[in-house]
Design a protein. Structure first.
Lengths: 357, 659
């Protein structure tokens, strides 16, 4: 009877979690359950899917660039060209260390053939240094989500919204759905909220820290300098929405982030809030992603990938399924959730907002 | 032409002559240069509607009706666009000789004006912010602290204010209308109750007579947190209306903001001439306004039948009542049958369009092969939603009631309580009791059960879900009648011919809407299947229009940073060049400034970053500080720095480095 128990329950509603579930089922022949709401069409965004980030390590750029190509092909099959747009995001920094980190990132991007150009100060404001990266892919989640759900069905992934999820310390999980209990051999907690909600506390990794984040949507206002602007020091993002509003996502509670967002947009700009929410997010202490089993034996954790997560989903899926290429194996193997943040040799730029108080 | 074509006679039956206006005191004022007539007691909006101005502007190529919930701010002439002088049309008393302008209005087409003189305000509603409330961005003036602020001067709010005052609390009551009393009049009387007008008057007089109660009328509360309410108030100063923003500090707050009427969803549901039953009732009974001689009624609730009978008594022809509920029963339905009003049950409106004759609508019911109805007015009722806007702003939660097709408050807040229909009660008696109960709850006193006794559904059919027509071509379908103009989301048609079309397609997903979602928008989203019922409360709270009160003046800067010491190695470089990597100086062969991040190679031919043996940390005088792998950490070791595709030779120096 053990054969009927699905191999994995992937828990998380982000595109990365969905892609992982579909790839494990479709490309690796696993029996997979996906647990996650399709809420992008009515909830405020809590993150962004963007094919670039503040990466400073060459092995990360190398893996990401391979992943972008593979993910793009996958998306063409899943939902077609309308599920993403190309944008030229602006990364900007204030403060000496952040400006240096931005410069490191720019050099690394150019070295990998990604067009990275300085942004005129007039577009950003005095004291800010900016960098535009050309032709980054940005997912249109509201369009992509229903397409991925259809694709998951085609891959044979069972999609569930359970009443209760229990993740055990051996990594297995049971899902209560309308009075029935469905078991899975291994839980993959692939979204911050899933890790916070379901990872057994005794297995909580020292690497992960909770952080209060907020999203604020403004009423329509004049366009910002780029559809995506990222302030690297705090990890705050400004996203130009299709209908003229601007969504801001960043650390801190609503009141503090509202004040910070207003400062980012410019004090002279009159905006009203059209939506707002506060939520718990997770960050890794060294700024690098984390994968692998909690305490080495528990549920699989996928955390800290930020905006590039879905572009690395094919690599993570191969790694979990045990078919990763050597470079993937090395990269992911060095980023285990059980690693120590002290003297980390894989750490990447960590926004100031991420540091422990 | 009559100066006020939409005003009913002063002696119109059922109070439809207008209780708030004094016809012996006529007045005129100007709006955007147009002369508008009215009476003392009118608001600017009611005078406009009485004068036949019924069109707010155009949105997505369709006309939008001017209604109490969708009207722009006005400015005294000479102050256009100045938020400090902005006034709300619906709360500003009409004053003789005043001159106002609307910011953003465009002059209408001269040919249109020739045929339909003065019907349109001409707002290009595709532009955002035209119906914004400019005072929302202003800071409030702190008023004297009070024990309790009651928001809403209906029967529940008045009851709460009286209960608190009789318990020794100082009370400030905020009411948006010129006089307190509320909207109970439309809903009639249940067995054992006073007439609503009697009930409202008794409570009003008692509250006005109580020394501990301060009533502020023409006040709209729009921001709230525990201990503080912010409101915009219109006062008359030297005979001129002026607006001000006030902050009211209070130990306790009661939210008694009533219910919002839902808008049935059909194409053309916001055309001029389409109006909700409560707005139609209030305009008639307060200001004697009823455009045209005929009105078609479409409802999923019993109270529209009562309005139809009252209007019929006042001389309005009601050709038909369309009810989505098959075989609905109600005392009002029985009475309206006795009036000879034709009832069509189990059907709904499919589409409304502007009629050929000015001031008419052509209305088609679903499944009907008959000719469309031509009517002056379409009175619609899509049910009632407790107004939880301020509750959500204050941090209160709510959940969807499948049985009653509406969001209802869930849980408590420590110092804020709901009362009346905002708290979900239906009957007037329960609303009055709930006002007292809210105060008891806040003061921690023993509570008495609120008796909300409804007539058996066998005799009084409950409200049905809001009617939703099948999508058809025509004017847009709006989710609510407010200022947000959210249209029913539609998937964008995928056709190559789209490139020749103007893109005014409307929303494809609610999450893309850049405006707040009013509570009725969320309710409509649930009815349309766009929002799962279990997520409705979250979405309503997430998308409420929030004005931050008491936000920190300047959030602590998280970008503040001092320059790093010359030898500091950022954590993201840790381990990158091996465990024995070393910080060195790099002296370029030619004078050149190298940026942080410039990659260092042991050969000019190499450019793969994976082969880099070091990286520049930061410039340092005429040289640069760098971290390099062990094999390069020796004096005079030759390296190449690759900057923008070019390689520049340099040498390593290991001498003592000053930070």
């Amino acid at each position: 009877m053990n054969d009927t128990i699905p191999d994995y329950a992937v828990i998380g509603s982000t595109p990365m979690a969905r892609l992982l579930a579909g790839l494990l089922a479709g490309a690796h022949g696993k029996q997979v359950i996906h647990v996650g709401e399709s809420a992008s069409s009515y909830r405020l965004p809590r993150g962004i899917d963007l094919s670039t980030a503040v990466l400073t390590r060459p092995e990360s750029w190398s893996l990401l660039l391979q992943g972008i190509e593979e993910t793009q092909k996958l998306l063409r099959r899943i939902g077609g060209r309308g599920t993403w747009t190309y944008v030229n995001p602006i990364f900007f920094a204030e403060g000496a260390r952040a400006v240096e980190a931005l410069s490191h990132m720019g050099h690394m991007a150019r070295a990998f053939g990604v067009a990275a150009e300085p942004v005129p100060t007039s577009l950003l404001g005095n004291g800010r240094t900016g960098l535009t990266l050309r032709d980054a892919m940005r997912f249109n989640r509201a369009q992509l989500e229903p397409a991925i759900d259809t694709w998951l069905d085609r891959q044979g992934v069972r999609r569930l919204i359970p009443d209760k999820v229990t993740v055990r310390t051996d990594g297995s999980t049971s899902l209560q759905v309308s009075g029935d209990v469905i078991e899975a051999k291994q839980a993959i907690l692939a979204e911050d909220s899933a890790i916070i909600a379901h990872l057994p506390l005794p297995q909580w990794p020292r690497l992960l820290r909770r952080q209060q984040n907020s999203t604020i949507l403004t009423t329509p206002t004049r366009p910002i300098a780029s559809p995506v602007i990222l302030e690297i020091a705090s990890g705050s993002m400004l996203l130009q929405q299709g209908e003229g509003g601007i969504a801001g996502i960043g650390p801190n509670d609503l009141a503090s982030f509202a004040a910070h967002m207003h400062a980012l947009l410019g004090r002279e700009r009159q905006v009203e809030q059209a939506g707002q929410t506060s939520f718990q997010a997770l960050v890794t202490a060294d700024g690098a992603p984390a994968v692998g089993r909690a305490s080495g034996v528990g549920a699989d954790v996928v955390a800290g990938f930020g905006s590039i997560g879905p572009f690395l989903a094919p690599s993570v899926a191969r790694w979990i399924a045990g078919t990763a290429a050597r470079d993937e194996d090395a990269w992911l193997g060095a980023r285990l959730i059980t690693r120590s943040a002290e003297n980390s040799t894989v750490g990447d730029y960590a926004p100031v907002g991420r540091k422990a108080p | 032409m009559k100066p006020q074509p939409n005003r009913l006679p002063a002696d119109a039956a059922r109070g439809f002559g207008g209780a708030a206006i004094d016809r012996s005191l006529p007045l005129t004022f100007r709006l955007n240069g147009l002369q508008i007539s009215g009476f003392h007691g009118d608001t600017v909006l009611s005078a406009l509607l009485a004068s036949g101005v019924d069109t707010l502007g155009d949105h997505l190529d369709a006309s939008i009706g001017l209604t109490p919930r969708a009207c722009p701010a006005i400015y005294p002439a000479g102050h256009a666009g100045d938020a400090a002088h902005a006034l709300p049309m619906a709360r500003t008393p009409a004053v003789n000789g005043a001159e106002y302008v609307i910011a953003g209005a465009r002059r209408t087409n001269p040919i249109t004006r020739l045929f339909r003189p003065g019907r349109r305000l001409g707002l290009p509603l595709d532009q955002p912010h035209l119906l914004d409330e400019p005072w929302r961005g202003r800071a409030g003036t702190r008023e004297t602290e009070t024990d309790l602020v009651v928001i809403g001067g209906g029967v529940a709010g008045l009851s709460a204010a009286l209960t608190a005052a009789r318990s020794g609390l100082s009370v400030t009551l905020l009411e948006a209308s010129p006089i307190p009393g509320g909207h109970s009049g439309l809903f009639g009387t249940q067995e054992g109750e006073d007439a609503p007008e009697v009930s409202m008057a008794k409570l009003r007089e008692a509250a006005e007579a109580h020394d501990a109660i301060r009533i502020i009328c023409r006040a709209h509360a729009y921001a709230i947190r525990p201990g503080l309410v912010r409101a915009h108030v219109v006062d008359l100063k030297d005979g001129k209306p002026v607006g001000r923003v006030i902050d009211l500090a209070a130990r306790f707050i009661v939210i008694a903001t009533g219910s919002r009427e839902r808008l049935p969803l059909f194409a053309g549901n916001r055309l001029p001439g389409v109006i909700g039953t409560l707005d139609a009732y209030e305009l008639a009974t307060r200001y004697g306004i009823w455009p045209g001689q005929s009105a078609l009624v479409a409802t999923s609730s019993n109270f529209a039948y009562r309005l139809a009978m009252l209007a019929s008594d006042a001389g309005i022809t009601i050709p038909r009542i369309i009810d989505t509920r098959p075989g609905a029963a109600s005392r009002f339905i029985e009475f309206s049958r006795a009036y000879g009003i034709i009832q069509a049950s189990g059907t709904r409106i499919s589409v409304a369009e502007c009629g050929r004759a000015a001031g008419t609508l052509s209305v088609t019911a679903e499944g009907s092969n008959a000719e469309p109805f031509i009517t002056n007015r379409l009175v619609v009722c899509g049910g009632w939603q407790p107004d939880l806007t301020l509750w959500h702003i204050a941090g209160g939660t709510s959940r969807w009631s499948k049985a009653r097709h509406r969001l209802e408050a869930n849980g408590d807040l420590d110092t804020i309580a709901l009362a009346g229909s905002a708290a979900g009660f239906f009957t007037r008696r329960a609303c009055i009791q709930s006002g007292a109960d809210a105060v008891d709850a806040l003061l921690g006193r023993p509570r008495k059960p609120v008796e909300d006794v409804l007539i058996d559904p066998l005799y009084e059919t409950p409200d049905a879900e809001t009617a939703i027509a099948n999508p058809v071509d025509g004017a847009p379908t709006y989710l609510d009648a407010g200022a947000e103009f959210l249209t029913r989301p539609q998937p964008r048609p995928r056709s190559w011919t789209n490139i020749f079309r103007r893109q005014k397609a409307g929303l494809t997903a609610l999450s893309e809407a850049p405006q707040p979602l009013a509570i009725n928008d969320v309710a409509a989203g649930v009815d349309l299947g766009l929002i799962p019922p279990e997520a409705a409360g979250l979405v309503a709270q997430e998308r409420v229009a929030l004005v931050a009160l008491g936000a920190p003046e300047g959030a602590p800067s998280i970008t503040a940073d001092s320059p790093p010491p010359a030898t500091e190695v950022p954590p993201f470089l840790s381990g990158r060049f091996g465990p024995e990597a070393q910080v060195v100086r790099i002296i370029p062969s030619e004078q050149r400034r190298f940026e942080p991040g410039t990659l260092i190679y042991d050969s000019a031919d190499k450019k793969n970053p994976m082969q880099a043996i070091g990286v520049v940390l930061r410039p340092h005088g005429n040289a640069a500080m760098a971290i390099v792998a062990r094999q390069a950490a020796s004096n005079c070791f030759t390296v190449n720095l690759r900057d923008h595709s070019q390689a520049f030779p340099a040498k390593v120096a290991l001498e003592e480095i000053a930070s």
